[in-house]
Design a protein around this ligand. Sequence first.
Ligand SMILES: [Zn+2]
Length: 375
Amino acid sequence: MAGLGIWIAFISQCFLSVSGLLQRLEHPVKADGSLSLVVIGDWGRKGTYNQSEVATQMGRVADKLDIDFVISTGDNFYDEGLAGIDDPAFESSFSKIYIAKSLQKQWYNVLGNHDYRGDVEAQLNPVLQKIDPRWICQRSFIVDTEIAEFFFVDTTPFVDKYFLKPKDHKYDWRGVLPRERYLSKLLKGLEMALKDSTANWRIVVGHHPVRSIGHHGDTQELIRKLLPIIEANNVDMYINGHDHCLEHISSTNSQIQFLTSGGGSKAWKGDIDKDGRDGIKFYYDGQGFMSLELEQANAKVIYYDIFGQVLHVVNLSKGLRSTFGVQKSGSSPRSSVANLGPITVWTSISSLTFEPQKTKCSTQAHKYDDDSRTL
Ligand SMILES: [Zn+2]
């Protein structure tokens, strides 16, 4: 942890002034200019529902890739966020679960809808870093690395039903109301930051999916309000959680790769919208996580299950060719001259199927509890 202390000091010094409307943090890349990280979402259940098993495999992969940091796509603490800064769940669901040495790196967290059901300001409070210095959580912010900029977006306030039909749930909207002003400031800040970005890779991270064929499906509010901005500003990837699955959508309608990593604990077998197949390249309805490796011209995304088994690989290349290729496992890349922008995409390992993956231990990879179904 001593090394991490140095990182914290370094990063604190690198907190730049608020750039535009979003705070900007800097994170250094490796000596060779590359960057690697793991992504997890929908996790905090005190180790249950295979959270600990996923954490163990994350530790192994993080060690192998010598990761630079971790991204959490939100729903950090179930069922109702943190009750306060002294909530023991912070340690029992985070510090005492992700214990591998390789995971003692910065964690950049966004908030999910479940986090808004608790004391939302507790998760945002820097005092948590005294308990665990890895923790960084803000509503919307930028992590600037030399080769990539990560734009973290607070997506929960976009979703109408949390305001209009909250059912029995109470949401902590401190700092969000009036809602329209909050959203318009957020979108303006994001757009300004994207327009100013000179990074080779532009990656947006939010809790809710823009596109998904999982339980919740597409988030219409994000399709209307967020998608036009990220499409117009050459974003390469949109990474999210919320649907408790692993998923890759690469639609011909958009240059953006839609990547879901929401398998940090509870998952639901067969919870899939089979009508929403457009662009789906991979869907896994069990628990797991994702890694991301970035170089100047190439990016690799890998999805893993709770056994650390590789389920799906996405390769992205920032060549100048306007080609789009899909490579099935064991075959050569197939390219066509579709004018989809300066990015080449090919996938391997998994078959190009949207059917739920059948793993040899599927009963262990999906834990059911119909009485406490929380998504
Ligand atoms: Zn959620």
